[in-house]
Design a protein around this ligand. Structure first.
Ligand code: FAD
Length: 449
């Protein structure tokens, strides 16, 4: 019997990719009573340390929380593991700091969560379901998406296996092999953009007392115009510090002296926190990694294949919405399974026709937010606009929801968040014109009198 109570044959579904989104989707489909086989390239993450190429921690917000709630893991994740971040903690050039709250009205926050922890939790949860099979060390190397047939290479013994399913879900990340196979389809649109900036992860260890060395309830930012350093807290009282910077600049800093001079000039207060020795070790331990943004559509091949998560829409990480939007994909898909009573053709075509607008919107917003984080947050005009937004949000909470709040603290479709911001911008401009004219008029009146 399926979740909706219908006596129907369960679908045989293969998910490619056991990352955050694939392992969550496996749970939702298993809950609905379908047979799920999850194929993952890497070995079981529960037995491996951090994998390079993916951030150590991530910001979890409302969309991600909603999806975790539907598999019963939200409260555990935020209460037992997540570290609340109530605002941005800005480190200025001169070492002084100030806080920009995310939501001064109701103190809503985002949560810093460990990627390995969350991924492991999702995989472990699937053990509660007899209808989920997991195959690690299996790399997708070939796909016939019309037939629903896939070929995997077993990375341990180099054997290949061919498998078939009613439905294939590609959740195999930004460099998706399922998407690669889809690119041979006519009318499949695809674009990718590597930004000029890369990222490098460093670490602030706990202090001598074993505690956090900085106020923990914030996402710390050292905005420096064309580049920035950010830090998110971890459960073990460390901070994952990420330097986002143009590759050209990374390449210039090629000696220990240059690293210390660079940090001394731009992030002087971070040096004692990281420690000179550790800074140099971590800086030269690995090169900066690229950031890619991918847009494509449609997400389905007839009623046989669907892309979700980064495979469908990798975004740059500056809105903290990559995982959250991938988790939202799972929520939307689950609602469509319910709405269309597991009819895959209807589910896939409605998903594909409707989802793209919102993921394109968050992709563009994420690009914009890099400029806001690394540069605008230091400008008086930004702080002025933020204070007007906060005031109007306080005055008219249902009407005037600022952009960041609608993206991070509501489930409003991303494209609607953008439209909201557009009319708010117009009203804001009118307010400025009105205040300008009123001030000018008052000065004129007073000087005439
Ligand atoms: P992935 O996590 O990439 O998982 C894909 C899985 O597929 C992997 O396990 C991979 O091994 C497997 N796979 C790949 N190829 C194959 C194959 N051929 N065969 C079988 N398996 C395969 N998002 C947020 O919401 N908040 C944040 O704060 C945030 N911060 C970020 C910071 C950085 C620096 C970066 C780079 C990203 C950040 N993101 C953040 C984005 C987030 O990491 C991704 O959106 C998220 O990991 C996507 O999950 P996914 O499961 O779709 O893809």
């Amino acid at each position: 019997t399926l979740q909706n109570g219908h006596q129907k044959k369960p679908l045989d579904i293969i998910i490619v990719g056991g990352g955050l989104v694939g392992s969550l989707e496996a749970l939702l489909l298993a809950k609905r009573g379908h047979r799920v086989r999850l194929y993952e390239y890497r070995e079981d993450i529960r037995r491996t340390p951090h994998v390079r190429g993916r951030s150590i921690n991530l910001a979890l917000s409302v969309r991600g929380r909603k999806a975790l709630q539907s598999v019963g893991l939200e409260q555990h994740m935020i209460r037992e593991h997540g570290i609340p971040m109530v605002g941005r903690y800005i480190h200025k050039f001169d070492g002084s700091t100030y806080v920009i709250p995310y939501d001064a009205r109701t103190n809503q926050c985002i949560y810093s969560v460990g990627r390995n922890y969350l991924n492991s939790l999702l995989l472990k949860e699937s053990e509660k379901y007899g209808n989920v099979e997991k195959y690690f060390n299996h790399k997708l190397i070939n796909a016939d998406l019309h037939k629903g047939s896939l070929t995997f290479l077993k990375t341990q013994n180099k054997e290949t296996v061919e498998v078939n399913a009613d439905l294939i879900i590609g959740a195999d990340g930004a460099y998706s092999a399922v998407r690669k196979a889809m690119m041979k389809q006519p009318l499949f649109d695809y674009s990718q953009k590597y930004i000029e900036h890369g990222y490098m992860e460093l670490c602030i260890p706990p202090g001598e007392d074993g505690e956090f060395q900085m106020p923990s309830k914030y996402l710390h930012i050292w905005p420096r115009g064309n580049f920035m350093l950010i830090a998110l807290p971890n459960q073990d009282r460390t901070w994952t510090v990420t330097l986002f910077m143009p590759f050209a600049k990374f390449n210039e800093i090629d000696t220990e002296e240059k690293v210390l001079a660079f940090f001394g000039k731009y992030f002087a207060d971070a040096i004692p926190l990281i420690g000179k020795k550790k800074l140099l070790e971590d800086f030269f331990a690995a090169s900066a990694l690229p950031l890619v943004s991918v847009k494509c559509r449609p997400y389905n091949v007839i009623d046989k294949t669907l892309l979700i998560g980064d495979a469908a829409h990798a975004v740059v990480p500056f809105y903290g919405q990559g995982m959250n939007s991938g988790f939202e994909d799972c929520t939307i898909l689950d609602e469509l399974f319910q709405k269309h009573n597991d009819d895959i053709a209807k589910i896939l075509s409605e998903y594909s026709d409707t989802r793209w607008k919102d993921v394109f919107a968050i992709s563009d917003l994420a690009m914009y937010n890099y400029i806001e984080m690394r540069d605008l947050v230091t400008r008086p005009s930004y702080l002025f606009r933020k204070s007007i937004d906060d005031f109007l949000f306080w005055l008219l909470p249902d009407l005037w929801v600022p952009l960041y709040n609608s993206v991070s603290f509501t489930n409003m479709p991303y494209s609607e968040c953008v439209r909201n911001r557009q009319w708010q911008d117009k009203i804001f401009q009118l307010i400025i014109i009105f205040v300008g004219l009123w001030t000018f008029g008052s000065i004129l009146y007073l000087s005439v009198r």
